[in-house]
Design a protein around this ligand. Structure first.
Ligand SMILES: *Cc1c(COP(=O)(O)O)cnc(C)c1O
Length: 396
C-alpha cells in the first residue's frame, strides 16, 4: 500500500484519536527508520521512549523470536521462566522487593493506585484516602489515571471522576506543605514530567517530599514510565536524587518495543495486594518478558555511562543551536524551548520532511532517541534540525 492508500483506509477504519504524521514507517534498524517511499530517517523519538535499545537489536530480537517459537502465552495460572527471571532482574537492579506485571503504563499506575488505596484503608481507615499528585503531571489515559493527571486538557468530557486525588504545583514548597493534608496517604510523582513538557523536579522539592513521606508514613509512588529503564543515565531516574520509593512504575522502554508494564514494590508495600486482589490476562506475557529481560541485559553500566555522556553532548549541542533558547531534562530525555515565533509542530514537520523523526511535549521539542544512539547519529540528526530551523526562520 502507498502512504496515500494507508491514509485513506486509516480515515475509513480507525477512530480519529491521533493526529498522525503523513508518513508510513515500514522498517527500523538501530536508530534508523525506513518509510514507505524507501527514504531513511534518523529516529530521535524511539516510538515515544519505547525502543530503548534501538530497533531490532540483535540480542533483543534473538530472545523474542526464540521465546515466540517456544511459548507465546499461558496466563498467570502457571509459572513461566521469562516472567520470573525478569522479576528477579528488576529487583536486583533497583533494590525494590517484588514485582507485578501489567501491559502498559496506565495499567501499572492503576495497580499502584489500588495498592496505595489498600495501604491507606488498612492502616488509616476513615482518615487517609487521598493520593497527592502534581499539577502538569501525566499518569495515563484510563479514567483513574486521568484523575491522577494534573492537566485540565485531559478532563473535558469524561467525568464523573473517581475521588481521592489532590494536586499541588511542582517545585513549590509552601504549596506542598499546605496541600499535604492529613488525608494524604500517598504522593505520586514523575521526577521529570515528560508529557508536561520535560519539566524536572528540583532537588529540594524532591528532598521535601521524601522527608514528608518518611516522617508521616506516606507512600512515595514514583512514575518512571518515561524516565525509567536507563533513559536519564541511571536505571531509575529517582536514583539521581537518592529517593527510596515505596512503589515504582515502569513501562515504555522496558519491553524494547513490546507492550509491558511493571509495578515494583518496596519491603513496605510488597505484601499489600493479596491473592485475587489484582490480575491481568496478558500480564507477564512470556514474549514481552523475554524481550524486557534482554533489554535489562543490554542496558548495563557502560551503556548507562554512554547515555550520560551522549545526553550531555546532545544537550550542549542543542543549547548552541540558533533558534533554541533553553534545554531541560537529563540523559537522553531532553526538551528544547524554541525562540518566540517558532512553532514546535512546524519544526517537527520540517524535520520529518528532511529525514529526522522528532517529538513535541507541550510547546517544546522533545528528544527521546534510542539509548544506544552514537555521537555520529546525534550529529546527523542535528544537522537536519539545524537546517529545518534555519529554513523556517527564513520563511518568517
Ligand atoms: C506514557 C506515560 C504513561 C502512560 O503509559 P501508557 O503505556 O501509554 O499507558 C504514564 N505515565 C507516564 C509518565 C508516561 O510517560
Amino acid at each position: 500500500m502507498t502512504t496515500k492508500e494507508l491514509q485513506q483506509k486509516d480515515a475509513d477504519f480507525i477512530v480519529g484519536t491521533y493526529a498522525r504524521n503523513p508518513v508510513f514507517i515500514s522498517e527500523g534498524q538501530g536508530t534508523s527508520l525506513t518509510d514507505g517511499e524507501g527514504r531513511t530517517l534518523v529516529d530521535f523519538s524511539s516510538g515515544i521512549g519505547v525502543l530503548s535499545v534501538g530497533h531490532t537489536h540483535p540480542v533483543w530480537l534473538g530472545a523474542v523470536t526464540a521465546q515466540a517459537a517456544k511459548l507465546a502465552h499461558i496466563s498467570n495460572l502457571y509459572h513461566t521462566q521469562p516472567m520470573t527471571e525478569l522479576a528477579e532482574k528488576l529487583c536486583n537492579r533497583t533494590g525494590m522487593r517484588k514485582v507485578f506485571f501489567a501491559n502498559s503504563g496506565a495499567e501499572a499506575n492503576e495497580g499502584a493506585i489500588k495498592t496505595a488505596r489498600k495501604y491507606m484503608s488498612e492502616r488509616y481507615p476513615g482518615v487517609r484516602d487521598t493520593v497527592l499528585c502534581l499539577k502538569n503531571s501525566f499518569h495515563g489515559r484510563t479514567i483513574t489515571t486521568l484523575s491522577a493527571t494534573g492537566q485540565d486538557d485531559y478532563h473535558k468530557h469524561f467525568g464523573p471522576w473517581p475521588a481521592g486525588f489532590a494536586f499541588t504545583p511542582a517545585n513549590d514548597l509552601p504549596a506542598l506543605a499546605k496541600n499535604c493534608t492529613e488525608n494524604v496517604g500517598a504522593i505520586m510523582i514523575e521526577c521529570i514530567q515528560g508529557e508536561g513538557g520535560v519539566v524536572p523536579l528540583e532537588d529540594d522539592f524532591l528532598a521535601k517530599i521524601a522527608e514528608l513521606c518518611a516522617r508521616r508514613d506516606i507512600l512515595l509512588v514514583v512514575d518512571e514510565i518515561q524516565t525509567g529503564v536507563g533513559r536519564t543515565g541511571k536505571f531509575l531516574c529517582c536514583e539521581h536524587y537518592g529517593l527510596k520509593p515505596d512503589i515504582v512504575t515502569l513501562a515504555k522502554g522496558l519491553g524494547g518495543g513490546l507492550p509491558i508494564g511493571a509495578i515494583l514494590f518496596s519491603e513496605k508495600t510488597m505484601g499489600t495486594l493479596g491473592k485475587g486482589e489484582h490480575g491481568s490476562t496478558f500480564g507477564g506475557n512470556p514474549i514481552c518478558c523475554a524481550g524486557a529481560s534482554a533489554v535489562m541485559d543490554i542496558i548495563d553500566a557502560p551503556l548507562l555511562e554512554q547515555v550520560e555522556r551522549i545526553g550531555a553532548y546532545l544537550k550542549e549541542r542543542l543549547e548552541g543551536l540558533p533558534g533554541v533558547i533553553n534545554v531541560t531534562g537529563k540523559g537522553l530525555m531532553l526538551g528544547a524551548t524554541l525562540e518566540a515565533g517558532m512553532k514546535n509542530t512546524d519544526v517537527v514537520a520540517a524535520c520529518l520532511e528532511k529525514g529526522l523523526v522528532l517529538l513535541t511535549a507541550k510547546e517544546k521539542l522533545r528528544f527521546l532517541p534510542p539509548l544506544t544512539i552514537t555521537q555520529g547519529e546525534i550529529d546527523a540528526g542535528l544537522e537536519i534540525l539545524k537546517y529545518a530551523i534555519s529554513s523556517l526562520k527564513k520563511d518568517n
